[in-house]
Design a protein around this ligand. Sequence first.
Ligand code: PLP
Ligand code: COI
Length: 366
Amino acid sequence: MPLTLPQFTIKPHPHLRSDSERQQILAAPGFGRYMTDHMVTIRWTGEAGWHDAALGPYAPLTIDPAATGLHYGQSIFEGLKAYRQPDGTVALFRPEANARRFQASARRMAMPELPVELFMKACELLVSQDRCWVPDAAEHSLYLRPLMFATESTLSVRPSTEYLFLLMASPAGSYFPDGIRPLSVWIAEDYVRAAPGGTGAAKFAGNYAAAFLAQNDAAEHGCDQVVWLDAIERRWIEEVGAMNLFFVRGHGPAAEITTPALTGSLLPGITRDCILTLARDLGHPVSESRIGLEEWRTGAADGSITEVFACGTAAVITPVGRARTRTTAWQMADGRPGPLTLRLREELVAVQTGCAPDPHGWVHHP
Ligand code: PLP
Ligand code: COI
């Protein structure tokens, strides 16, 4: 297998969308609705390793109906963002962390690991090529979606010997259509997202498919998102939808922040890691530990838990205002976004958009 990384072939799109069409999309991009003009593709086979790296027009794929990824689910993805900086340049936020998590997801699904340098190069090339698609508006960004799935044509039940890596980009407004309105969450008591030894810590396609039915339950009960509990005791809070969760105890500078520990059945969020760091920088005690459902409910009632928020690349930081199970419902404080939630959000967005110093080296200029 070759040890050197493949060079990229660059084939710009012969028919770019017009300035006016792009401006119209960027004025109200929504989330994940529109793709930019280009994408990156890289192939892997057992014999040739990573090869055929190319940046070309965004276009449909031709896939063999027997591609094992479609049948047996070897499919992983990532999500990261590029932000317009005050000087008009564009910077990626923590792409190396996403590259490493992509490798961890690949290992879990018996897929080949894309070298970090290749992941980074793919992001840099696409963002540079499609930089006119990076929105200028506050709270808007370019969302990058790396994806890898199995392409070998066989019905044999074993890891594929061929894979396709893709990188696409989509201009993004607010993930939730009505901005930072506090979320209402539904505690999933009938379904489990991930069990010990399972795939919960991987950004694996099947985790999302398996969550949709519970998400439908949430919607039927008037809630925005699902909160997952641990699979064994069905008692400990894990995460919410496609976000990690944080709990605040107390008020002001002494407020303490806790997030569920990484037990192996929840995603090690990169935003989660940023918040632990930023909160520590602001002098707040932080901890990663177990938080029980009952503790949340009683803490909300007696006022010891003062704020709850969810975080992720797509959603940034979003307050949680209300929670419910089949039998009970509770509200966080007055149901409005808490001061520490808003402060941490402001701090994080300021670093991402180049409006605050970057002491941790999170901002990557292509
Ligand atoms: N949990 C799940 C299940 C997710 O899909 C995501 C989104 O990527 C997160 C948490 C948050 O992770 P990150 O902050 O790296 O986007
Ligand atoms: C993200 O926050 O990047 C996600 O992947 C969430 C969702 C769009 C799957």
